[in-house]
Design a protein around this ligand. Sequence first.
Ligand SMILES: Cc1ncc(COP(=O)(O)O)c(C=O)c1O
Length: 323
Amino acid sequence: MEKSSPSSQESAQKEFAYFEGQFVPMAEANISIKTHAFLYGTAIFEGIRGYWVPEEKSICIFRMKEHYERMIQNSNIFFLTPEQSLDELMAITVELVKRNAPQTDTYIRPTLFKTGENITPKLDNTVTDFCLWTAPLGQYVDTSKGLQVCTSSWRRVDDNAIPPRAKAAGSYMNSALIVTDARRMGFDDAIVLNADGTVSEGSAMNLFLVRNGRLITPGKTENILEGITRDSVITIAKQEFGIETDERVVDRTELYMADEAFFCGTGAQVAPVTCIDNRDVGDGTVGEITRKIQQFYFEVVKNKHAQYQDWCVMVPIDSKVSV
Ligand SMILES: Cc1ncc(COP(=O)(O)O)c(C=O)c1O
């Protein structure tokens, strides 16, 4: 296996992580190869974005509260309840961002994981820990051009197998198969179907279609992650543009009859999809509704609209604390 490059080692030396109840240099935040979460994927995580707002010399952490609320709700499924309260988790996050003092768009990765070393996948007899790190993150997928995607030959994990409603580390083996095969076939990503052939979501993002001026997105019982960006999109579409969303079962062939399509997620942000299974979506260019929601979203995440300031936690960035 490849070792990390000198540059990633170098940046790791300058970063802090939160690990075993304290802030430590990133290089010291290590787990044993016997760790339960490593052996069985028994962890749940969040992906939060912090957007750099240069004119305010601040990082805008977007919808942090909702991410931690989801994590706490998810934790109940897997006996992964954190010791820390919602407020404590948010305070730790703000403190880590201050210490790492990024001056670029940043990914914030909290994880609740089973830290015991017992050899059984059982969830309720092993200790839960919380860790957190940050890293620079630009585009996860290209949001400027339209993505060319396929429907995956893999099926989405089911709620009664490994519930995708939880952001469970182990279930990302499903996402890994979906995105890897799509990329190897030359597509940018893939849409995954449920076992019954209806549409679920992307490999690590939710999916929206536009038909006749309305948004359509698979409902919350379609083996999707209940995306926070999905919620932001539904809210912005309605409040800013008067566009309603139908959350419902979506057939595969509706993908080919849509006027527009886009992915959304913390990583993906709002990413237009212009080709599905080698068929143009609409006229094959980025749609008007997609573009206006995307543009507005990129302003909201940088706290440019007062009506959405509750979604933004502004963290002033001073000079970096040395490790
Ligand atoms: C499988 C999956 N679906 C959807 C999403 C979008 O969720 P959110 O908008 O909360 O980031 C993600 C994560 O980004 C994901 O991993």
